[in-house]
Design a protein. Sequence first.
Length: 253
Amino acid sequence: MAREAPPDAFGNSAREYELGRPRWPKELIDGVVHELELTADATVLDLGAGTGKLTRDLVPRFARVIAVEPDEAMREVLQEVVPQADALAGSAQAIPLDAGSVDAVFTAEAFHWFASDETVAEIVRVLRPHGGFAIFWNVEFGDPEPSMGEAVEAVLDEAFARGGAPGIGKVLSGAWRRPLEASRFGPLQEAEAEREVIRDRKRWLATMLSVSSIASQSDEERLALATRLRELVPDVEYRWRIRTIAYWTRLGA
């Protein structure tokens, strides 16, 4: 089995994460909110909120948004970018909220890192009766246009081999479903959206540096990688087709 990148190194690249990672499709968020029958007076939790990439789109939709993030560096950026949210230190294993205190829990690009019977039970604990749970992932990044070339691919392959397999393998394996299927949640529903994302070299490089495989490496290794990629990648705009998928469910009786 290939070595996996650690889940707790994103703070090393918090600023890069904020710069490079894309926003979430508004129509997909709106669809989930509608299906979960959430109203504007709801209190919701963004769990594993990172730098608030989803949090900022929840704030205008709900009366109160709580963002729980364990990494101090990520949480610092979140507080700067989304000051309207209540940013709290905490984790999926120990959510710092009272029982039955939120109408829904959202998590984006995070659930695969902490999916377990224990964390699902903790999510259930903080939800009100028939509360909702929504999961978002970017699951497919196509090849960029224009192509960056084989030399860039080789450099990235070597960096990923050194840092361990990124988290997308956990998403695609579907293993995260098991603790939900064993819980009080109903069947998962899903929807997806495909869109184009445009990045210049700076934003693309920030995205690469924020991937778990690379974020977990030493400052020296990440600096050397960034320097080499700047040498290889022309400073133009690149386009990707990205598939984003949302899952949602509600508590049963």
